[in-house]
Design a protein around this ligand. Structure first.
Ligand SMILES: Cc1ncc(COP(=O)(O)OP(=O)(O)O)c(N)n1
Ligand SMILES: Cc1nc(C(=O)O)sc1CCOP(=O)(O)O
Ligand SMILES: [Mg+2]
Length: 356
């Protein structure tokens, strides 16, 4: 086989290799276009869009007429094959992940068969594959920040028997962000629960964060962690988690807020707004602190502590557009309706204040 290329496919094996290269160039370019369009229209991310476009054009350079000429769509037995998994996508992140896989697989095939065609093409595809790996984590980081900015309701879980049922119901109600908070369970069980919750959240396109524990967050590949003033310093967590994961930080007063933002928190908790049995030892910071956050916070912030459907309006009047709750969803009779209520009320309010 080596030496028979380039450029005219003469044997049956040559033609088959040309068809493989042609199909995989198409596959990789289509996958790149899917990713590029989300960076352009969804994330408004110029650098990523530019990078993906550049990769797509580098591949187009190898898609020569002799490879296209080998195409035989009617004779391709593979066009009818499809897997049920290909027919549905659960979320935007799912679409992105599937297409990254598609591009990486196609590039690998191009690298292997390209060695029989033109070694320079194989080398180029290998380099492109490495670039795609780093673009993938960049894009994932931007996607997480985008989802965080879009989120208005944040469920902080409580350890209870119906944990999974409640969280799933809340996700069905449109909940975009979940924090697994569980102070006393054994680590083995915590790890299992965190894994199950993460899979569940991602199936519904929601972000999943872990309270306190950077190690657990890494172990289950969570979207990030939430740290309080007594937890690991933010800089240490950032070193461990990298720049693509979310780190949130609790704050109770303006000094803590400034410090958290300075240290690079992606979002902050602002509270407790009201005294709450979920955190009985922490005195309420009150609505004044919510008003302060509305004026001064430069990162997304979530009012937390004692918030429910009855007092939500007061919190909104004080300037909050995002809230985090435990009991209002974990103990709700209908968690789906409760999360739907918070998310629609806060989203509407947020849209109204942008257009005002
Ligand atoms: C969104 C959010 N805000 C604040 C907290 C409280 O964090 P912390 O002060 O570390 O207290 P514990 O939750 O760890 O008891 C939070 N978890 N989430
Ligand atoms: C976990 C937590 N952190 C708070 C803070 O202000 O830092 S308040 C809080 C508990 C919030 O629970 P509920 O919604 O049931 O009142
Ligand atoms: Mg903590």
């Amino acid at each position: 086989m080596p030496g028979t290329f380039p450029h005219l496919a003469t044997t049956t094996a040559d033609v088959a290799v040309y068809r493989i290269l042609d199909a995989n160039l198409d596959r990789a370019r289509e996958g790149l276009r899917v990713l590029e369009d989300w960076c352009r229209f969804g994330l408004n991310q110029e650098d990523l869009t530019e990078n993906l476009k550049h990769l797509r054009q580098s591949l187009a350079h190898w898609h020569t007429p002799d490879l296209r000429a080998a195409r035989d769509t009617p004779g391709d037995r593979g066009t009818q094959l499809s897997h049920p998994d290909e027919e549905q996508r659960h979320s935007l992140s799912d679409v992105l992940q599937v297409n990254f896989c598609r591009v990486q697989e196609a590039l690998r095939v191009l690298e292997e068969y390209g060695k029989l065609y033109q070694p320079a093409m194989a080398t180029a595809c290998k380099h492109l594959r490495y670039q795609i790996y780093s673009l993938e984590s960049d894009l994932l980081g931007h996607q997480r920040q985008h989802q965080l900015r879009q989120a208005h309701t944040y469920l902080v879980t409580a350890p209870q028997d119906n944990l999974l049922t409640v969280v799933e119901a809340a996700l069905q109600g449109g909940l975009p962000l979940v924090q697994y908070r569980d102070k006393h369970t054994d680590d083995g069980l915590r790890l299992q629960r965190a894994q199950v919750l993460k899979d569940l959240c991602h199936r519904y396109g929601a972000l999943f964060l872990v309270n306190d524990r950077v190690d657990l967050a890494l172990a289950v590949d969570a979207d990030g962690v939430h740290l309080g003033q007594q937890d690991l310093p933010l800089a240490t967590a950032r070193q461990l988690l990298g720049s693509h994961r979310i780190i949130g930080c609790s704050t109770t007063n303006p000094e803590e807020m400034q410090r958290a933002i300075q240290a690079g928190a992606d979002y902050i908790g602002v509270g407790p707004v009201f005294a709450t049995p979920t955190k009985p030892d922490k005195a309420a910071a009150g609505l004044d602190y919510v008003r302060y956050a509305a004026e001064h916070a430069t990162v997304p912030w979530f009012a937390i502590g004692g918030i429910d459907a009855d007092n939500l309006d007061q919190v909104i009047q004080a300037g909050a557009r995002r809230v985090a709750v435990v009991r209002a969803i974990m103990q709700a009779e209908a968690p789906a309706l409760s999360s739907q209520f918070f998310e629609t009320t806060l989203t509407r309010q947020s849209l109204l204040s942008v257009s005002a």
